[in-house]
Design a protein around this ligand. Structure first.
Ligand code: NAD
Length: 427
């Protein structure tokens, strides 16, 4: 069934805008599910969008005005959940896409959240720590119209971290007059963070990559991998899969990548990157650009940086057997078609990187109950959820002979659609 709502999007040539891509992915699932036009409109539209322009007094006494967003895409299955990104390329459409992907991600792993995302247009590398703290506290105040432990719970994303979450929690609590731990997740442990949250996204990618390797008869001890992005997600998954016996042959950050087909020592990489602030210049490795990196020969490719990296231009040249999407939105629909036709096994973002939001859910539950678990308990529950989600998605893909992204969307969109229908349209 193609409606007006779908055809406008599908007619376009390969979209580069993340929101167009997100809507196109939704439409593919909506067509499979046979959703009616009204439900498509409800599920496609972001529920709330807040734009804030706010001042920050810089260290030299001057005043800068920054623009930020907080967007809640869908709340049918629970409070809004999603990270906050600081990046010069943040745009309202990027935040809309990321919020929509959060809705489907929470539904894929079947945790009781809706989807949201936030972002500030800023290059945090150009700000001092004091300026970053002021920016974070003022942005928090501006978006406190929306956020709260029962309404919308932020978490870290690109260029934000546990310290950022601590400032958000402290600012929100200061306005309330008491400590509200459950307003954010990904916090430091000493203020209500959860054991294992920092590693959770990478660990989830590790779990699903292991299952993917089984389905592809790939022995991890003989496998090679390439990882784009060496931040929270990329560095953790690199370390964990190296512990499984995988050989890391190339890795990158925003400055470019390094390649050694004989293998890179992940512990030395972690040490080098924390001291130098980049991987570039790492000894005994060749420099590669981020684009060249994606096309290197390997068994497992893990994009763990930004959106729209694998597209119609380079999909035919990807040489990996498995792509595990640590990043959100790294592959566009045109590339999905090419990769599926070429038999490359893509574990979609809304499944592969859902370990982060899953342990964020655990953190939120622990904060609300004031009762904390240990890391073994967290990892065991994470494994349980990721295993079930992988098996559910894989079964749908096999039954319907589809790629895993479409299968995951069919499950996720179907769940949100059912919840919406059960609640009904008010009034
Ligand atoms: P991060 O800020 O910790 O790390 C980002 C990494 O990407 C850094 O190494 C940075 O240098 C690199 N990078 C930035 N721009 C790049 C470019 N143009 N090319 C190549 N590398 C570039 O961020 P993160 O938390 O690791 O997030 C990475 C991705 O994972 C994002 O897509 C994010 O939305 C997604 N994600 C993160 C989480 C989480 O829990 N942090 C959860 C789910 C998904």
């Amino acid at each position: 069934m193609t409606t007006q709502l779908t055809s406008n999007l599908l007619d376009k040539n390969e979209p580069q805008n993340s929101y167009d891509i997100a809507r196109q992915q939704f439409t593919i699932a909506a067509d499979h599910l046979g959703l009616d036009t009204g439900l498509r409109k409800v599920l496609m539209a972001p529920k709330r969008e807040l734009t804030v322009n706010f001042p920050v007094r810089m260290d030299d006494g001057s005043v800068e005005v920054f623009t930020g967003y907080r967007i809640q895409h869908n709340l049918a299955r629970g409070p809004a959940k999603g990270g906050i990104r600081y990046h010069p390329q943040v745009s309202i459409d990027e935040v809309r896409a990321l919020a929509m992907w959060m809705t489907w991600k929470c539904a894929t792993v079947n945790i009781p959240f809706g989807g949201a995302k936030g972002g500030v247009i800023v290059d945090p590398q150009k700000l001092s720590l004091a300026e970053l703290e002021k920016l974070t506290r003022r942005y928090t105040t501006e978006i406190s119209l929306l956020i709260g432990p029962e309404t919308d719970i932020p978490a870290p994303d690109v260029n934000t971290n546990p310290q950022t979450m601590a400032w958000i929690m402290d600012t929100y609590s200061a306005h309330k007059g008491y400590s509200v731990h459950a307003v954010v997740t990904g916090k430091p442990l000493n203020i209500g963070g959860a054991e294992g949250r920092k590693e959770a996204t990478g660990r989830g990618v590790q779990y699903v990559t292991r299952y993917a390797a089984q389905t592809q008869n790939l022995n991890l001890r003989e496998a090679t991998m390439v990882v784009q992005g060496f931040g929270n997600v990329g560095s953790v998954v690199s370390k964990l899969l190296c512990e499984d016996g995988v050989t890391l042959v190339a890795v990158s950050d925003a400055n470019g990548g390094i390649y050694n087909p004989k293998g890179l020592d992940v512990r030395l990489l972690l040490d080098y990157s924390s001291k130098q602030g980049t991987l570039v210049g790492f000894p005994n490795a060749d420099y590669v650009t981020n684009q060249e990196l994606l096309e290197l020969p390997c068994d497992i490719l893990i994009p763990a940086a930004l959106e729209n990296q694998i597209n119609g231009d380079n999909a035919t040249r990807i040489r990996a057997k498995i792509i595990s999407e640590g990043a959100n939105g790294p592959t566009n629909p045109e590339a999905d078609r090419v990769l599926f036709d070429r038999g490359i096994f893509v574990i979609p973002d809304i499944l592969a990187n859902a370990g982060g939001v899953t342990v964020s859910y655990f953190e939120w539950v622990q904060d609300l109950q004031r009762f904390f678990w240990n890391e073994e308990e967290t990892n065991a529950r994470l494994l349980q959820i990721m295993t079930k989600a992988f098996k559910d998605v894989y079964r749908v893909a096999q039954e319907k002979k589809l790629d895993l992204r479409t299968a995951a969307y069919i499950l996720a969109v179907g769940r949100v659609a059912e919840a919406t229908k059960t609640r009904g349209i008010y009034p």
